[in-house]
Ligand binder design. Structure first.
Ligand SMILES: [Fe+2]
Length: 278
């Protein structure tokens, strides 16, 4: 899967991804929560997808930053799902979605604090021990930092080191945060533990105010995010790259063209470097 391009398997485009000649990913990504325990038609779609493509999984509900105990029933089911679907990479958001049994259905920012590093790293280690694999944590977009006592890059570096986990680097999220919080995206990329990156996300976003971008996954990737992607991949080893698209699938040829653009950038940078170093 290294240096390959994939797309999330959404129900809106499942038929096209499985059957049509319009779109050609190298692999697909499941949100396991959307497919676990599914019977009938959608279970058959999942099976066909697994037969046709390598699969990665991007979790939604581990809620690594929550104060309460991890949901072990869910994690047991998750382990079975990852094994059954021969999942190569499993990732989760560096955020939380639950508090006191309330599912908040949003990715909330964890305070960038020393005690949060200890808490989250400990939870990641427990999950990794149980699953028998390293997981990749994703830098999320956030709209206000909460009670920060360190920078986001220090926070991410500390957790990756302490938990001995991998990083899912979402390049669009870096761009969105850099724009909203007014810092230099390339400097942030330079501060990331790039040798620990296992997977990359690319996506579109929406600028809703002069000074505010929302990470929507519903529009085409803009050129400055492609530029940041090129900047990033020149500094690191090949990993799988996923195009995140959650809705607005009407123009599938345009989405397919985005995949091809990612593929060609990967070819230019990763394969060229690989060839010259042989
Ligand atoms: Fe992402």
């Amino acid at each position: 899967m290294k240096g390959s391009v994939g797309i999330g398997l959404r129900r809106d485009i499942a038929d096209e991804v499985l059957s049509s000649d319009i779109i050609h990913p190298d692999f697909i990504e499941f949100a396991p929560e959307n497919w676990m325990g599914m019977g009938g038609y959608w279970n058959r779609i999942r099976q066909r997808a697994v037969e046709k493509y390598p699969v990665s999984c991007h979790g939604l509900s581990l809620s690594l930053g929550s104060p309460e105990e991890l949901d072990w029933n869910f994690i047991k089911d998750l382990k079975v799902f990852l094994d059954e679907n021969k999942v190569t990479v499993f990732s989760e958001h560096l955020s939380y979605t639950k508090s006191n049994n309330a599912h908040l259905y949003d990715l909330l920012p964890i305070p960038f604090r020393e005690d949060a590093v200890d808490h989250v790293a400990d939870r990641i280690k427990k999950v990794q021990d149980f699953l028998g694999r390293q997981i990749a944590i994703e830098n999320v977009s956030y709209y206000t930092p909460v009670a920060a006592e360190m920078t986001e890059s220090q926070f991410i570096n500390s957790i990756v080191e302490k938990a001995d986990c991998k990083l899912l680097l979402d390049v669009n999220n870096v761009y969105v945060n850099a724009f909203n919080h007014k810092y230099d995206a390339k400097v942030f990329i330079d501060q990331m533990p790039l040798d620990k990156v296992e997977y990359i996300h690319m996506a579109g976003h929406e600028q809703i105010e002069e000074d505010l971008i929302i990470d929507t996954h519903g529009k085409a990737i803009i050129d400055p995010v492609f530029d940041l992607f090129e900047y990033t991949i020149q500094k690191m080893h090949p990993v799988p790259v996923l195009l995140e698209r959650d809705y607005n699938f009407e123009d599938l040829p345009a989405i397919s063209a985005e995949l091809e653009k990612l593929r060609s950038l990967i070819k230019n940078h990763w394969e060229a470097v690989h060839e010259t170093s042989k």
